[in-house]
Structures are given as structure tokens and as C-alpha cells.
Design a protein around this ligand. Structure first.
Ligand code: ADP
Ligand code: MG
Length: 690
């Protein structure tokens, strides 16, 4: 297109803008009302205004070192009055503003008591001269003006001109949204929505625009969500039609479950097992997400599902993200299953080749009913005799590919994904849109909420004396160090140092243990077992214990350098205590904190509610980081924002589900499928699970 040569083309491409359609999806991130352009003479202190001015003088004054300078400019216009502009830290403007330039200035007008001049502090401005793309001046002033985020060196102003040109050149396209939907939700047609999102009509409501809720913006956001959710609904429908295993919930299976259970399940556990059993009984594969806060008792539900599969002559695989967690599951399940004479094996990376090949043989011949393991379980040469149920724990740590890798070891086995990261429901629906969701929203009886306290490092002596008291009362404690991405070495060092300090200086007569990811598997297991049996009273650890450790007698969780942990991780760690009848405590020890760290700590002290904490986490980090980019499988949205537009997502999802269940006509559904295939495949591929 005119105005986009190789250089600009490359810049756009790097931003993911490869086509005119992509360009139109690059919508303004805010709008400015420049409809009310005034002359300097007309400006009054206190108002927000736009003025078209010429630069008289422009210079940097004050401390010029380190960009601290004050940049001052003086402007004039046809009214011959003058206006001052001031920018603190304005050194960057030195090569930008020069006498003679014409600018559109937008900002708050103030009266400077000191100089007696009308002044704008840090006004927005746009240079009206010197740009080849300037286009119609009317594009940039005298209206509500779209402001784009610069794409590399392509300025907002040039983008505005490009958008305008595209919109002038293109012919309206057919509206892909079903007509009934447009009518019912009173949505503008697609073409007007695109046009008015880029160039709002005269009199458009600036506040609505900047909240992304003008009718035009709403339509585009809803549309994006609608296609995503329709794609997911179709996908869900497809999986539901695949042939799967119809597990029978026989009396014998029921009896076996009863014989296995060490306690009475909670109402929530019963309800969730009912949902799972119904899925398993259907002749199509189950794809279910089991959500529940830490300690809510997901494992036992998974074990019940396993019994159903095994009693139907099938094998069960349990995939865990870490060796420690895999070992935990192994011991927990082995104990449960030993009553039923099932054979369970633990398959992890640290086994010797010989051990591995023996276990693999057991699995391939169907002599072991349950395989628990880490990534080692997904390796190519691991074969099952008859895999019927795949259980995947802590889903957010696995990529979609790994989930697939396990599933492919059977013929359309049932899949149960467990996560302790309580994802807000609307987000779960999008993130795991191809899965049905079950939630355990109740903790086992007799749990007392963990008391959480924050102390700074200089008060650590008080923490120690508190620890001592708890130990003397027969309780146990964890002391944990953060592992920051890829720098486990540091955490291990800190943990080792703390271990020596605690064991020889602070608590010379208490049994202190050390556990971290670098230890050989056998030592890790032994260390865990020592703690579990109470031979070790204080366990110093890196965050390898973050998930899955279950020692009800442990009542204190001390988290060192708590400011370095994310909220979800802190909550997970805290979930390691409060598992017995005794009052438990979580102590967050911090060194130096920035504002978000402070906010995280405050959230932890204030709440025990995993869902609330997940919401805060999402707010503090933003969706991209919350889910992690690579593994999240979160579709890349262009116009919609999952955080800002959640209520629109809800509407879109409802409509999409209805549309797929009861399309107005077969032709309309067909059209939607083609549209999704042509327009969404690249992005939608991300959420495909298999
Ligand atoms: P999650 O995996 O959801 O974090 P677990 O499955 O590890 O939770 O369960 C936490 C603890 O609660 C375990 O010790 C488990 O045995 C126990 N538990 C689970 N369900 C019940 C129940 N209904 N009654 C009593 N204890 C339970
Ligand atoms: Mg089934």
C-alpha cells in the first residue's frame, strides 16, 4: 500500500502486522478531543484544550546532566498571544522541537504566578510540519483524534494517516457476524465499527471511547471473543464426538472406592466425582479440568477416578511437574491402592536405565496398573498396554504438547487435568476453553485458616523464637528460599547457608533438614520421608516443595525473601501448612520491597482465598505474564483485552455456546466454520489441545 515501503513494512511485520486486516486490528489505545481547537487568546486557565501553535523558542535549561533538564518552549499563533510549555526531564526534546515548527498542543492550561504567563505543563503535542505523511491537517486536529502506539519508528501521526488512507481506499466487506446476533445486541455493522473505532464520528463520547466501550469498540471486542469462543465450542463438540472408552461405574468399583477412602469425602468432592464419573461413563473422551485451592483434596478425587478406570481393565497415568511431587503422589497413591492390590510404579528421569526398562516392561505388558511420573513418562519408548485415563497435575507447568504426548499413549483416553492455581472462572473458560470445568470449592472439615504475618529481615530473631516455641510443642516447620527463574544455584546456596546457620547456631538441638532440587532423587525422597515421619523438625528448602507436599503436623511456613515470590507461588507455599487440626502460621520475611511486592505481601496477609489472590495476581501482573506466554496456550487477542473486557467475554461465550448448540441454520454454522478456519486458524491453533 502507498506509504508502506520495505522499511516500514519490516517494522509493521515485526509487530505482527502483515496485512491490511492486521493493520485495521491495530486500534488506538486512546483518544484525544481536539475538536475544540482554540487560539491562544481564547485559552483560559484550568481547561483542557487544544491549540495549533508555532514554536518561537525552545531550549533546555537547568541541570543538564542525566536528562534532568527543564525544557522550555514559547509558542505563538495568529492571535499573537504567547503560551509557554514546560517539560521536566525534558532533555529528550532537545532534538525534537525547534523554532518555526507548527504543533498541535493538547493539555491543561495553567496560569504561572511566577512569570505571569499562560502555561501548559507536559502537554501532548504533535508536529504538524515536516512529515511526508501529513495528509489532511483535518485528520489530526478539529476532531476526536485517535492515538496509536508508535510501531518502532512509525509515529502515531503517520499511523493515523495510514489508517485513514486504508479506510478511504477499501470497500466495505460483508459482515461475518450472524445477523440475529447483530440485531439482538444492537451491534453496528463491521465496517462502521472499524471506521468509527479509528475515526470516531463528531460528538462521540470521549469517556466511553477511552474506556473502550463506544458501540464501535464494543462490537469489535465482542466479535473477537465470539469467534474465539465459537471455535472453542466447536472444538469441544468435536472431541465429544470422538469414540472413547465408556467406563462402567459398577458396584464393585463403588465398593473398591469405599474400601480405599481413608475419610469421608466432602460434599464438593462428591459432586465433582459425580461429574467425572458421568464423563467417564460416556462413550466419548473426557476432557475435564479439576480446579481446587491448595489442600482442597484433589488427589483423592483423582484416585477415585483411577479406581473406576482400573476396575474396567484400563491403566492410569499420572503426570506431575517435579520429581518431588511425582514421588509424593506415588507414595500417597501407593498407600491408597495397596488395599486394592493395584501395582503402581514411579517413573522419573533420575532412575537408572535398567530400572527404567524394567518399569517400562511392566507398563507395556499391563502388569502395572498405575504409572506416576514426570516428563520421563512422556518419552517415546514408554508404552502402555491399555491406557484409559490420563491425570495431569499442575497443568500450568506443562505445555499443551506435553499434554498431547501423554494422551497419545492411549486411544482417546479420558483426560483429567488438575490445577491448584485458582484461575478466575471467566479466564479458566477461555484458557481451558476446550475443557469442562469442575471446582472443589470447599476445604476438608476442621481446617483453620492459616494466620499470615509479615516481618522485615531485622526482626528475624523474633521469628526464630516463635519457631522454637512451635517446635517445643511438637510441631514442625518449613523455611523456604525463592527460586527465581533459571537461577536455582543461588537459591540452593542461600538454603544451604541457612541450613548451616539454623542447624549449628540457632537450633543446635533440633533436627534440621535440607531439601532442594539439586539433590539426587533418592536423597530427596529420603529427606521428604524424614520430615514426614517427624525425624526432621525444621525443613530448610528451596521452593521445590511448592506443590504437593503433605505433612499435617507442619504448622509454620517461613518464607525468606518473600518479596521475590509471585503471589500464586506464595499462596501455594502457604498451602503446605494448615493441613492438620492445629493452628498454622505463615511468616513472610522481606528484605527490600518495591510497590508491587508490597502489594503482594499485603494481599497475602489480608486473604486466604485462592480466587481472590489469583485475581490480584492477574491485576498486578497483567494477563500475559500471569499465564506465562509460552505455555499458557492463551490465544493472542488483538482488540479485546481479557482483563479489561471480561464482561464482554462472558456475553460472547454465552452467545457462542448458544450459536453452536442451535445455529439459526446449517448454512450459517457452515459459514462460521469457514470464517474461523480462514481467519482464526493461526491464532486459534494455540488453544488446540487435541
Ligand atoms: P490438593 O491436592 O487439592 O492440594 P490434597 O489432595 O493433597 O489437596 O489434600 C490435602 C490433604 O487433605 C491431604 O492430606 C488429604 O488426605 C486430606 N483430605 C482430602 N480430602 C479430605 C476429606 N474429605 N476429609 C479429610 N481429609 C481430607
Ligand atoms: Mg469416557
Amino acid at each position: 500500500m502507498k506509504g508502506v515501503g520495505p522499511a516500514r513494512g519490516a517494522m509493521l511485520q515485526a509487530k505482527g502486522i502483515a496485512t491490511v486486516e492486521d493493520l485495521l486490528a491495530y486500534v488506538p489505545f486512546r483518544y484525544e478531543d481536539r475538536s475544540n481547537v482554540k487560539t491562544i487568546a481564547e485559552l483560559a486557565p484550568g481547561e483542557m484544550a487544544t491549540a495549533i501553535v508555532e514554536v518561537r523558542s525552545a531550549r533546555l535549561s537547568g541541570f543538564q546532566r542525566r536528562g534532568l533538564g527543564l525544557f522550555e518552549a514559547r509558542f505563538t499563533d495568529a492571535s499573537r498571544h504567547t503560551l509557554a510549555g514546560k517539560w521536566f526531564h525534558g532533555a529528550y526534546l532537545n532534538n525534537v522541537l525547534a523554532p518555526g515548527m507548527r504543533l498541535a498542543l493538547y493539555g491543561k492550561v495553567e496560569y504561572d504566578n511566577y512569570s505571569g504567563e499562560l502555561t501548559m505543563l507536559h502537554p501532548e503535542f504533535e508536529i504538524l510540519t515536516g512529515e511526508d505523511e501529513e495528509g489532511e491537517a483535518a485528520l489530526h486536529v478539529g476532531r476526536v483524534v485517535p492515538v496509536y502506539e508508535a510501531v518502532s519508528k512509525i509515529t502515531p501521526r503517520v499511523l493515523r494517516a495510514l489508517m485513514h488512507r486504508v479506510l478511504e481506499t477499501l470497500r466495505p466487506v460483508e459482515d461475518p457476524l450472524p445477523a440475529y446476533l447483530r440485531e439482538r445486541l444492537k451491534l453496528p455493522d463491521r465496517w462502521s465499527a472499524i471506521r468509527e473505532t479509528h475515526f470516531p464520528p463528531a460528538g462521540a463520547d470521549l469517556r466511553l471511547l477511552n474506556a473502550f466501550r463506544s458501540p464501535a469498540q464494543f462490537r469489535l471486542i465482542l466479535e473477537e471473543f465470539f469467534w474465539l469462543e465459537t471455535g472453542l465450542a466447536l472444538k469441544r463438540g468435536e472431541t465429544r464426538l470422538l469414540p472413547g472408552i465408556a467406563f462402567a461405574l459398577t458396584d464393585r468399583a463403588r465398593e473398591q472406592i469405599k474400601a480405599m477412602l481413608p475419610f469421608k469425602p466432602t460434599a464438593a468432592q462428591k459432586r465433582v466425582l459425580g461429574e467425572i464419573a458421568r464423563d467417564m461413563a460416556s462413550p466419548h473422551p473426557m476432557n475435564r479440568l479439576l480446579q481446587g485451592d491448595v489442600g482442597s483434596g484433589k488427589t483423592i478425587v483423582a484416585a477415585e477416578a483411577a479406581v473406576i478406570a482400573i476396575e474396567n481393565g484400563c491403566q492410569v497415568a499420572v503426570l506431575a511437574p517435579t520429581e518431588i511431587l511425582a514421588a509424593q503422589h506415588y507414595f500417597y497413591l501407593k498407600r491408597l491402592f495397596s488395599k486394592l492390590n493395584y501395582v503402581a510404579v514411579l517413573l522419573t528421569g533420575s532412575l537408572s536405565a535398567r530400572e527404567k526398562s524394567q518399569l517400562k516392561k511392566l507398563l507395556a505388558q499391563g502388569l502395572a496398573q498405575v504409572a506416576i511420573g514426570t516428563h520421563a513418562l512422556i518419552e517415546k519408548d514408554v508404552e502402555f498396554h491399555n491406557l484409559g485415563l490420563a491425570i495431569i497435575d499442575e497443568q500450568h507447568r506443562f505445555g499443551v504438547m506435553q499434554r498431547l504426548g501423554l494422551v497419545q499413549k492411549g486411544v482417546h483416553p479420558d483426560v483429567l487435568v488438575m490445577t491448584a492455581t485458582p484461575i478466575p472462572r471467566t479466564l479458566a473458560l477461555t484458557l481451558y476453553g476446550d475443557l469442562d470445568v469442575s471446582v472443589i470449592d470447599e476445604l476438608p472439615p476442621g481446617r483453620k485458616p492459616v494466620v499470615t504475618r509479615h516481618v522485615t529481615e531485622d526482626q528475624v530473631e523474633r521469628v526464630y523464637s516463635f519457631l522454637k516455641k512451635q517446635i517445643d510443642q511438637g510441631r514442625q516447620a518449613y523455611v523456604v528460599y525463592p527460586v527465581i527463574e533459571e537461577s536455582e544455584t543461588q537459591a540452593v546456596k542461600a538454603a544451604e547457608k541457612m541450613y548451616r546457620h539454623l542447624s549449628s547456631e540457632v537450633f543446635p538441638d533440633v533436627a534440621v533438614g535440607l531439601l532442594h532440587g539439586r539433590l539426587p532423587a533418592a536423597e530427596k525422597e529420603a529427606g521428604m520421608e524424614d520430615f514426614k515421619q517427624g525425624r526432621v523438625r525444621i525443613l530448610v528448602s528451596t521452593s521445590v516443595i511448592e506443590v504437593g507436599v503433605d505433612v499435617p503436623n507442619a504448622t509454620v511456613m517461613v518464607i525468606e525473601q518473600a518479596e521475590r515470590f509471585g503471589l500464586a507461588q506464595l499462596h501455594q507455599l502457604r498451602g503446605r501448612v494448615g493441613r492438620g487440626a492445629d493452628q498454622s502460621y505463615c511468616v513472610l520475611v522481606t528484605e527490600k520491597m518495591n510497590d508491587t511486592a508490597r502489594e503482594r505481601i499485603r494481599t497475602m496477609v489480608e486473604s486466604n482465598d485462592g480466587f481472590y489472590i489469583a485475581e490480584m495476581d492477574l491485576k498486578l501482573r497483567g494477563p500475559g505474564e500471569f499465564f506465562g506466554t509460552r505455555q499458557s496456550g492463551l490465544p493472542s487477542l488483538r482488540i479485546a483485552n481479557i482483563l479489561r473486557d471480561r464482561e464482554v467475554l462472558e456475553i460472547a461465550r454465552r452467545e457462542a455456546v448458544d450459536f453452536v448448540a442451535a445455529p439459526p441454520s446449517a448454512g450459517e454454522l457452515e459459514r462460521a466454520m469457514v470464517y474461523i478456519r480462514d481467519h482464526w486458524q493461526r491464532r486459534y491453533g494455540l488453544v488446540q489441545v487435541g
